[in-house]
Design a protein around this ligand. Structure first.
Ligand code: ADP
Length: 700
C-alpha cells in the first residue's frame, strides 16, 4: 500500500470507511493521538473499555493517556516499535470479553504512514472481527479431538479383535491341546504386558485342574508357582468361582488387595509383584474345559482392553480345547477298537463308499487274502483277482462268488450273513470263506462304507468233503456184505419155517437177523442219500401220479404192519376215490411219509392214536396238505428249530428210541426239492403233528 495516499482525494472514501465491517483509525505518529476512526472501530473500543470501566476513546485522545493500564502500555509500545521499524505490526485473533461476558476475537494491524522523506507521520490501525472463524476453528478442533478419542477407542477394539481373531485362526485347526495352549501363551506375551500367564485343563473325574502350559516372559518360572501345576477343586482360592460362573474373575490390583487384607501377602502372585489379575473360565457348552489366567505388571480394569481381549480369546480356546479333547477320546477309542479288531481270528475289512477301496484290513484278513494289509488298501475292490471258472462250489453245485463281489454288493447297501465265498490268493491257493457284511452309516444316515467279515472255512469244508467221501465209500462197502447176509438169512428163514425139526430159538434168531439186516439196509440207504445230497448227486425221478392213492398205500402198509397203534386216515375236501394228480418222485415221497409215520410210531406209546390226513380244498387247488399226528412224547420248543438238521436228536429221546437223526433231514430235502414245505406243531408230552405241503400237477 502506498501510505502517502490521502483518502480525502476520493469522493466516497468516507462513506466506504463508514460502512466497512473492519474498524479503522488513524493516529498521528508524534503524540499517538486518534485523529479519525470509523464507527466499527469506535464501537469496538467502546465495548472493550466499558468492560474495563474506562471512558470511551474518542478522536482527539492520545494513546499516551492510556498508559496507566496494561493494555494502554502495550499498544503504545507496539506503536513505538512500528514507528521505529517502519514495519506493519500484525496481531492475530486476540480475545476480548465484553462487560456482558461475551467473547469475541479480533485481528488487528498497525501500519506506519510515511511522508516523502520516509518519516512516519501517521499510524493506521485496522480491526477485523474474526470471532466466527475462530469459533468455527475451535469447533473443528473439538470435533477433531472427539474423533481422535473415538479413533482411540476403535483402535483398542480393533487390537482386541485382532488378538481374538489371531487366536481363533491359530487354534481353529489345531487338535493338539498343548499346541493350543502354546499358541495362546505366545499371543498373550506378544500383546500384553504380563508377568505370568497360564492355561489349566479341567479333569472333572479327578476334580483337579492340571497345568497345560504357562508363560513367564520375564525369566524362568519361579519355584513358588510350582504348587499351581495341579490344583484340586477343593483347594481353589481366588479362582473357585470358575467352577460355576462364566464371567471372568478380575482383581484390578493384587497389591492393594493384599494391603487391604483381601488377599494373603504370601500369595505367590503377590510376592511376584503382580498387579492386575484376570482368570477366564473356559466353558464350552455345559463343559468347563479349564481356565486361562494372566497377571499383569500394572493394574487392570474390569472393562479394560485386557479383560475384553482375554474373554474373547477364551471363547475360541475353550472350543478348541473341547474339540481336541473329543478328538483325543475318539482317537483313543479308535486305537482300542483297532487293537481288538487286529486280534480277531476272523478277517475284518472296511470298505469305503468313496473310492470303493478297502481302508482297513486286520492281520487275519491279510492272511486269508494272502496280501499284506497295506497292499489290500491300495488295490481297488474290483481289481482283486478272482476265479473266473469257480472250482469251489456251494452245496447246490453253484460256483462260489469271489469275496470282492460280496464286498462290492455290501457297498451297494446289501447285508449278508455267512455267505460262502472263495478267495483266490496271489499264489493261486484257494480259500473258502463264510463272508458276512453290512453297510456302515454316518450319524446322518448316509452310507459311508461297509464292513466285511471273512471266516476261513477251508479246513471244515475239506473235512466235510473227506467225511462225505468216507461215508459214500463205507456205505458202498457195507451194502454188499449186508445184502449177502440178508439174502442168506431169508433163504434160511424160509427153510426153517418149512422144516419143523428146527427149534423155536433158531427161528427167532433167523427172524431177528432178517429184521435187523433190513434195518441196517435202510440205515445205509439213508446214509447214502445224505452223501448224495452233500455231493449234489441227489436226483429226483419225477412221474405223474395220484397223490391220494400214494398216501393211502403207505397208510395201508404201515397200519397193516404195526398193530400196536390205532391208525386213522382222515380226508378233508376230497373223497377216498378221488384222484389228486401230482408230478412227483413217488419213491422219495413214499420215503417222506414212511419216515414221518415211523417216527410217530417210534415216539408214541402203544395203543395211542396216529392220524394220517390229506386236505385239498378248492380255495388252494395248487397244493395239498398232508399231516401225520401222534399222541407221543412231543418236542420241546427249543428243539423244534433244529430237528430238521442233520444228526440232531431232541433232548427227550433216550436209548430206547433207536435212530441217527437223519430221517427228518431227508424229509426236508425231498420236500424242498419238490418245492413243498414241511414243519411241525408240537408240545412236549402231548404229541406232534408234522405237516407237508406238496405242489400239485397244475403248478408243476
Ligand atoms: P431219528 O428219529 O432217527 O432220531 P429223525 O431225523 O427222524 O431222526 O428225527 C430227528 C429228531 O426229531 C428225533 O431224534 C426226535 O428227537 C425228533 N422227532 C422226530 N419225530 C418225532 C415225533 N413224532 N415225536 C417226537 N419227536 C420226534
Amino acid at each position: 500500500m502506498d501510505s502517502t495516499v490521502s483518502f480525502k482525494k476520493y469522493r466516497f472514501a468516507d462513506t466506504m470507511l463508514e460502512y466497512t465491517v473492519a474498524g479503522m483509525a488513524i493516529f498521528d505518529a508524534q503524540e499517538l493521538r486518534l485523529l479519525e476512526a470509523n464507527t466499527p472501530y469506535v464501537n469496538f473500543v467502546a465495548t472493550i473499555r466499558a468492560a474495563q470501566n474506562e471512558s470511551p476513546f474518542v478522536p482527539g485522545t492520545s494513546l499516551l493517556e492510556c498508559e496507566d493500564s496494561e493494555g494502554g502500555r502495550r499498544i503504545v509500545s507496539i506503536c513505538r516499535a512500528v514507528i521505529a521499524s517502519k514495519q506493519t505490526h500484525y496481531e492475530k485473533e486476540e480475545q476480548y470479553v465484553s462487560a456482558q461476558g461475551e467473547t469475541t476475537y479480533w485481528s488487528w494491524t498497525l501500519t506506519p504512514i510515511l511522508d516523502e522523506q520516509g518519516n512516519v507521520t501517521h499510524i493506521v490501525q485496522t480491526l477485523s472481527d474474526v470471532t466466527a472463524q475462530v469459533e468455527a476453528r475451535q469447533q473443528a478442533e473439538e470435533a477433531r479431538q472427539q474423533l481422535s478419542r473415538a479413533n482411540e477407542v476403535l483402535e483398542k477394539e480393533r487390537r482386541r479383535l485382532e488378538v481374538v481373531e489371531t487366536v481363533a485362526r491359530w487354534v481353529r485347526e489345531t487338535l493338539d491341546a498343548t499346541r493350543i495352549g502354546q499358541i495362546a501363551m505366545e499371543i498373550i506375551e506378544t500383546n500384553f504386558d504380563t508377568i505370568t500367564a497360564c492355561i489349566h485343563t479341567a479333569q472333572p473325574e479327578q476334580r483337579v485342574f492340571k497345568l497345560l502350559c504357562a508363560s513367564h516372559p520375564h525369566g524362568p518360572a519361579p519355584e513358588s508357582l510350582k504348587s499351581m501345576d495341579y490344583m484340586p477343586y477343593e483347594q481353589l482360592g481366588l479362582t473357585k468361582g470358575v467352577l460355576t460362573q462364566r464371567d471372568p474373575i478380575v482383581v484390578e490390583d493384587l497389591q492393594s488387595a493384599a494391603e487391604e487384607g483381601r488377599l494373603s501377602r504370601q500369595s505367590p502372585l503377590v510376592r511376584l509383584g503382580t498387579h492386575g489379575y484376570v482368570c477366564v473360565p473356559l466353558w464350552f457348552g455345559d463343559q468347563l474345559e479349564g481356565t486361562m489366567v494372566a497377571s499383569f505388571r500394572s493394574p487392570v480394569s474390569c472393562s479394560g482392553p485386557e479383560v475384553h481381549a482375554l474373554v474373547g480369546m477364551g471363547t475360541h480356546i475353550a472350543a478348541a480345547l473341547a474339540h481336541a479333547r473329543l478328538h483325543a477320546t475318539i482317537e483313543k477309542e479308535r486305537t482300542r477298537l483297532r487293537a481288538v479288531l487286529d486280534q480277531l481270528p476272523e478277517g475284518i475289512l472296511i470298505a469305503e463308499t468313496s473310492g470303493g477301496a478297502i481302508s482297513y484290513a486286520n492281520p487275519a484278513a491279510a492272511h486269508i487274502l494272502g496280501i499284506a494289509s497295506e497292499e489290500i488298501a491300495r488295490i481297488p475292490l474290483h481289481r482283486h483277482s478272482w476265479l473266473r471258472s469257480g472250482i469251489e462250489t456251494t452245496r447246490e453245485g453253484r460256483p462260489l462268488p469271489p469275496w470282492n463281489f460280496i464286498a462290492i454288493r455290501a457297498l451297494s447297501g446289501e447285508t449278508f450273513t455267512g455267505k460262502e465265498t472263495t478267495v483266490m490268493q496271489p499264489d493261486g491257493r484257494r480259500v473258502v470263506t463264510l463272508a458276512s457284511c453290512a453297510p456302515l452309516y454316518s450319524e446322518r444316515g448316509l452310507m459311508t462304507g461297509a464292513v466285511i467279515v471273512l471266516q476261513d472255512v477251508t479246513a471244515q469244508k475239506t473235512l466235510e468233503q473227506h467225511k462225505n467221501e468216507f461215508f459214500s465209500i463205507a456205505n458202498h462197502e457195507l451194502r454188499t456184505p449186508i445184502t449177502v447176509i440178508q439174502g442168506f438169512a431169508e433163504i434160511l428163514q424160509l427153510r426153517v419155517s418149512q422144516d419143523h425139526s428146527f427149534d423155536k430159538l433158531t427161528l427167532y434168531a433167523l427172524t431177528n437177523i432178517v429184521e435187523q439186516s433190513h434195518h441196517l439196509t435202510h440205515l445205509i440207504e439213508e446214509m447214502l442219500d445224505i452223501s448224495r445230497i452233500e455231493q449234489t448227486q441227489f436226483k429226483l425221478d419225477y412221474t405223474p401220479c395220484n397223490l391220494l392213492s400214494l398216501l393211502k398205500g403207505v397208510f395201508d402198509s404201515q397200519s397193516g404192519v404195526s398193530r400196536l397203534h390205532h391208525f386213522i386216515f382222515q380226508l378233508e375236501g376230497v373223497q377216498e376215490t378221488d384222484i389228486i394228480p401230482a408230478y412227483l418222485d413217488e419213491q422219495r415221497i413214499m420215503q417222506v411219509f414212511n419216515n414221518l409215520i415211523n417216527n410217530a410210531i417210534k415216539y408214541s406209546t402203544r395203543g395211542s392214536t396216529i392220524e394220517i390226513g390229506l386236505k385239498h380244498v378248492a380255495e388252494r387247488p395248487q397244493e395239498a396238505l398232508i399231516w401225520v399226528k401222534d399222541e407221543g412224547i412231543g418236542i420241546a420248543s427249543e428243539d423244534i428249530p433244529h430237528i430238521f438238521k442233520r444228526f440232531h436228536r431232541a433232548r427227550n429221546v433216550d436209548r430206547s428210541h433207536s435212530g441217527f437223526g437223519i430221517g427228518l433231514y431227508l424229509v426236508k430235502e425231498v420236500v424242498s426239492q419238490h418245492r413243498g414245505r414241511v414243519w411241525v406243531d408240537s408240545c412236549e408230552g402231548e404229541g406232534s403233528t408234522f405237516y407237508v405241503t406238496l405242489p400239485l400237477a397244475v403248478s408243476i
